[in-house]
Design a binder for this molecule. Structure first.
Ligand code: SAM
Length: 238
């Protein structure tokens, strides 16, 4: 997509793992990761740096600064995707690319093992309802509206749990399950207590029950992760 990037921005970088990988892969590029939380390591490649910043406030980068803007797993935390895409668009050079990697808030199975009566289904139903109330726009559909073109979307199924027979898929499912061990409560607690008025102990019960279901391997669940790429036109009209 972006053959020789010289300046890359990673929004909501978290531990900075993607920014660090990119810095190693493109040693002549400058990679900047931003996040609300100062949780990034200090021992990083010399071309990688981090800044504490709220990406939902107005950006201070001059127009046309970056070759690539990267977003991964911010879904549920962004209240105005259109505004975020507009800032990303401005900050990119003409011809620059945006990459968005997100997942759908919900799971499915292809063999009927996922039950709509499960705690897992309840968990996703309530977190989606709470995220909507909190104003989070979980539909990433504003990318073309922001002026981006040449957009492509790749969707993949990622298993959740150690149920797959295939060893690689099983390993992926186990890693994802491990992530869910802490992620379910981290994502759900504030959303469900603040927006749906749930008692914290009820959230913990629901989360624990959903986690038990996942660990049991009875439900062959996966969720969809998608990779969206789009380009700022060489001749910008916005
Ligand atoms: C699920 S983590 C994803 C981290 C990273 N993108 C990755 O894929 O490894 C979400 C991150 O987004 C950050 N974040 C959420 N809202 C933000 C905001 N308004 N401004 C900056 N960072 C934000 C959080 O602090 C958290 O580190």
């Amino acid at each position: 997509m972006c053959p020789n990037p010289t300046k890359i921005l990673d929004l909501g970088t978290g531990t900075g793992i993607w920014a660090i990988d990119m810095g190693e892969q493109y040693p002549s590029a400058e990679v900047i990761g931003t996040d609300l939380s100062p949780i990034q390591p200090s021992w990083v490649p010399p071309n990688v740096s981090f800044q504490i910043d709220d990406i939902e406030s107005e950006w201070e980068w001059p127009e046309g600064t970056f070759d690539m803007v990267h977003i991964r797993y911010l879904n549920g935390g962004i209240s105005d995707w259109a505004a975020l895409f507009a800032e990303a668009y401005k900050s990119l050079k003409p011809g620059g690319w945006i990459e968005v990697c997100e997942f759908e808030m919900g799971v499915a199975s292809d063999d009927g093992t996922y039950s709509a009566n499960s705690s897992l289904a309840k968990y996703y139903e309530l977190t989606n309802e709470a995220a909507k109330k909190a104003g989070a726009d979980t539909l990433i559909n504003g990318i073309e509206k922001a002026g981006f073109r040449n957009s492509t979307m790749r969707r993949i199924k990622v298993p959740l749990g150690s149920w797959p027979a295939d060893p690689l898929q099983r390993e992926i499912g186990e890693c994802y399950l491990m992530l869910s061990e802490t992620g379910f409560e981290a994502l759900g607690m504030a959303l469900l207590t603040r927006n749906l008025g749930m008692d914290p102990s009820d959230v913990t019960k629901l989360v624990n029950s959903a986690k038990r279901e996942l660990s049991s391997k009875r439900m062959h669940t996966y969720n969809i992760h998608f990779f969206l790429h789009a380009q700022k036109p060489l001749k910008s009209s916005v």
